[in-house]
Write a protein that binds this ligand. Structure first.
Ligand SMILES: Nc1nc2c(c(=O)[nH]1)N[C@H]1C(S)=C(S)[C@@H](COP(=O)(O)OP(=O)(O)OC[C@H]3O[C@@H](n4cnc5c(=O)[nH]c(N)nc54)[C@H](O)[C@@H]3O)O[C@H]1N2
Ligand SMILES: Nc1nc2c(c(=O)[nH]1)N[C@H]1C(S)=C(S)[C@@H](COP(=O)(O)OP(=O)(O)OC[C@H]3O[C@@H](n4cnc5c(=O)[nH]c(N)nc54)[C@H](O)[C@@H]3O)O[C@H]1N2
Ligand code: SF4
Ligand SMILES: [Mo]
Length: 754
């Protein structure tokens, strides 16, 4: 694959990064209408020109041979796909959906979307499914990502949405980074913190809470390598210390919050000795962290998947909000709990109601008033909106595996690689009578299961709006035409709605019209951006909500008047109780497997996996394991290792390092089965979930490891890459030799030549 070209740029166009939730502004360089270069937009207020490596390598992956350019269909999975017209594909799908509706009712249909949608895509898919099909079975990969943070904010502060902004980094003197590897996953924000620390190294303190010593921990004054899943014990222990030391803010607690006594009572069970023992760290470390938090002028906490992807995800979020409320570290410059959004528009998805229990404008499907408002806006009888939350992501696939959901429509996500317990996803996708996959590429791990493939326009081929982690809306223009017959996601949905007889409610001349219809539903809501339009964003540039009127300048921070949207205006303390991770290690599966991300890869690698420069640091899946554990199971650095859980097996190359705690190991989840045919990280992970947010515990499951032998003399012969992916890894060259009569998990651990 070629790298970014050296062709001269004849025009620069403003855009927005399609990767992480930092939401950097980009400048896209065109040569004769083709994208040849990407750089940071110095005028974008969120990044001021900074970017990381991932978007720089977008140009070479926009027009690869595996771009999906035309609709395709097949009657059965064993068959080849054949190219069909849009009309044929959508006609077929519409008739099949109508049959399923008639035979099994609307809840037998499920849609699965993505935080990489534009807000227009999200809104229209949601309107179609909830308002016109009559089921709330529309969920998104945000369930695997932000659901615990959403629930934490709603319970504690009364509404979703981080109250903070990036400018707060300049005002903070204490950074509390918990369950987040910002250096690799939110690099532009991490650089802001690094610069702030470098400006004032003695006064600015950085604390990192992560079982692994990550790149992020390299700037930390204090790294707390807690046992996986012990965050609630840590946070409760810290509050215990602050209470004892008189370092809370009684005035703030009395005037702006309620139910503090419940939390004060609950944290009595977490004196530093006990809390530190639960966390597997020294009590002095916990006390030092607590005092640094308590003595700071302005504490800014950042967190992401180490907190959210947990059976305790909501409790972890609540315990952190409790600390901020008890110390008054909120609702002023430099202070606050700042949940980092993963995807570029996971925020917009929340605003548009893109989860199975939500309606647009931070509304709930269970609230009759909310349903009435939305039904009126959509011009439908209110009875059409179901009062029951639909299936959340995991439940949707479980229901399909159980035969209850008959049709699955998957858009802009790759669940056959990114969901936990892939064996179950496999079952779901095989059992479903109709699988529609709407993606920019084929094959992907998921498209391999489809009956119908619909070609989607991707960045920068479609226009729309996205909201980043600091609630800032940026307009993305369509810069190049999509290849072949690919269409923007919202247009595909609108066309389907026409085929199903809902043309009147789905006729839009432009994305701007879809956006305008949506923003009207935010009026008077916490995420009010009734004052924003495509036209205004194009004219004035990015804006932060709330932005209720056309002449409103936007709002950097929420709750500056210290009134929270809880009804009585007071923030709510929520007691949190420590619980161990769901799947405890035992004699058979003695290690805890943690999974996560790498700096240069994006999720399931459909774009970043095709760029040699981005594969340099990690050309193949690896397993970080502590030297003590490596010695115990005879693993050697750089040699293949089999990792086995109760659900499946994966293969990786061992990296022996004391960056991970003894008894734990870490594996990136980027390589799905397509790129790692011997088994992927999510073959191992468990679908155990938080009871409130329904978010899975992707950060902890029990595994065992075994060394693998490669047949002598095979290693040097790495074959050439496929036409899209650069030369595959060492592990690709072999197949697993198996002995008949043995089950998958006890097959001999030997790699032989393919
Ligand atoms: N390069 C890159 N950047 C990305 C992405 C990408 O794919 N690649 N994806 C984007 C998306 S969608 C997301 S959601 C974000 C995710 O961003 P992050 O959340 O920063 O990334 P992860 O690597 O998933 O997990 C973060 C850390 O949680 C730690 N952790 C595991 N268990 C625990 C625990 O029990 N407690 C604590 N305190 N920590 C724990 C892990 O060791 C890991 O270092 O990144 C976004 N940015
Ligand atoms: N073990 C483990 N698993 C995890 C996680 C973890 O930490 N550990 N993290 C979870 C998290 S936080 C997340 S967010 C998920 C992410 O998981 P996914 O959403 O499944 O991952 P992506 O690779 O981003 O999938 C996006 C798909 O959309 C396609 N695409 C790109 N642009 C467009 C477009 O404009 N339209 C359409 N229709 N398609 C497009 C891409 O080609 C790709 O196939 O993974 C989750 N899975
Ligand atoms: S930090 Fe995130 S938004 Fe910014 S350039 Fe990198 S991937 Fe894109
Ligand atoms: Mo995510």
């Amino acid at each position: 694959m070629s790298q970014t070209t050296r062709q001269p740029v004849d025009r620069w166009v403003k855009s927005y990064c399609p990767y992480c939730g930092v939401g950097c502004g980009l400048l896209v360089g065109l040569h004769q209408g083709r994208v040849v270069k990407v750089k940071g937009d110095p005028d974008h207020p969120s990044n001021q020109g900074d970017i990381c490596a991932k978007p720089v390598y977008l140009p070479p992956v926009l027009q690869t041979p595996d771009r999906l350019c035309h609709p395709q269909m097949r009657a059965h999975r064993g068959e080849e796909f054949r190219r069909v017209s849009w009309d044929t594909a959508l006609e077929h799908v519409a008739r099949r959906l109508e049959q399923i509706l008639a035979e099994h009712g609307p809840d037998a249909i499920g849609f699965y979307g993505s935080g990489q949608f534009t807000t227009e895509d999200y809104y229209l898919a949601n309107k179609f499914v909830k308002g016109f099909l009559g089921t709330n079975n529309f969920d998104a990969n945000s369930r695997l990502c932000m659901a615990s943070a959403v629930a934490g904010y709603v319970r504690g502060l009364g509404a979703d949405g981080p109250p903070t902004c990036y400018e707060d980094i300049q005002h903070a003197d204490c950074f509390f980074l918990i369950g987040t590897n910002m250096a690799d996953c939110h690099p532009v924000l991490y650089q802001k913190i690094r610069r702030r620390k470098a400006e004032d190294p003695d006064r600015v303190r950085v604390m990192v809470v992560d079982p692994r010593r990550t790149r992020t921990a390299s700037i930390a004054d204090l790294h707390l390598p807690i046992r996986p899943g012990s965050d609630v014990a840590l946070l409760n222990g810290m509050l215990h210390v602050l209470l004892e030391a008189g370092r809370v803010d009684p005035d703030f607690i009395a005037r702006y919050t309620r139910d503090f006594h419940q939390v004060a009572a609950a944290v009595q069970a977490y004196p530093p000795d006990r809390a530190a023992a639960l966390c597997g760290i020294e009590p002095e470390l916990l006390v030092e962290a607590a005092m640094a938090f308590g003595q700071a002028q302005a504490v800014l906490s950042f967190w992401s998947m180490g907190m959210n992807q947990s059976t305790q995800g909501v409790a972890k979020n609540s315990a952190l909000l409790n600390l901020h409320l008890a110390t008054g570290q909120i609702a002023r410059p430099g202070a606050g709990p700042f949940s980092l959004t993963g995807q570029p528009n996971a925020m917009g998805g929340r605003e548009a109601g893109g989860l199975a229990h939500l309606l647009p404008g931070y509304r709930q499907v269970t609230d009759p008033q909310h349903r009435a408002e939305v039904a009126a806006h959509w011009g439908i009888p209110v009875e059409r909106l179901s009062p029951r939350p639909g299936y959340s992501a995991l439940e949707l696939f479980e229901a399909a595996a159980a035969g209850k959901v008959k049709a699955l429509w998957i858009m802009c996500s790759n669940p056959a690689a990114s969901m936990p317990n892939l064996a179950q996803v496999d079952e779901a996708l095989r059992r479903a009578e109709l699988v529609v996959v709407q993606d920019a590429y084929h094959p992907t791990d998921t498209s391999r299961y489809a009956h119908v493939l619909l070609p989607a326009a991707q960045w920068p081929e479609k226009e729309g709006v996205m909201t980043n982690s600091e609630r800032r809306l940026t307009y993305l223009p369509a810069i190049t035409p999509p290849p072949g017959e690919a269409l923007p996601d919202w247009q595909i949905i609108a066309r389907l709605a026409h085929k199903m007889g809902f043309a009147q409610s789905f006729t839009y001349a432009s994305a701007a019209e879809v956006f305008a219809e949506f923003v009207a539903l935010t009026r008077g809501r916490p995420c009010d951006y009734a004052g924003v339009s495509h036209e205004r964003l194009q004219r004035e540039g990015p804006l932060q909500w709330p932005c209720p009127a056309a002449d409103h300048p936007g709002s950097p921070r929420l709750y500056t008047g210290r009134v929270f949207p809880t009804g009585d205006g007071r923030a709510c303390f929520q007691p949190a109780v420590h619980q161990e991770i769901h799947e405890q290690p035992d004699d058979e599966y003695p290690l805890v497997l943690n999974t996560g991300r790498l700096k240069d890869q994006w999720h399931t690698m459909t774009r970043t996996g095709k760029v040699p420069q981005l594969l340099k640091e990690a050309p193949e899946p690896f397993l970080e394991i502590h030297p003590t554990d490596a010695a115990r199971w005879q693993l050697q650095d750089g040699r293949p290792v089999a990792i086995i859980s109760r659900r499946g097996r994966a293969v990786a190359v061992a990296r022996v390092t004391d960056d991970v705690r003894p008894g734990t190991c870490f594996m990136p989840f980027h390589w799905g089965r397509l790129l790692s045919p011997h088994g992927a990280a999510n073959d191992l992970t468990s679908a155990a979930r938080d009871p409130i947010s329904r978010q899975p515990e992707l950060k902890a499951c029990a595994v065992r490891v075994q060394p693998m032998e490669i047949e002598a003399g095979l290693e040097e012969k790495a074959p050439a890459g496929t036409n899209c992916h650069p030369a595959p890894s060492l592990l690709h060259c072999y197949h697993l030799a198996s002995v008949p009569g043995q089950d998958r998990n006890s097959a001999p651990l030997r790699l032989a030549k393919t």
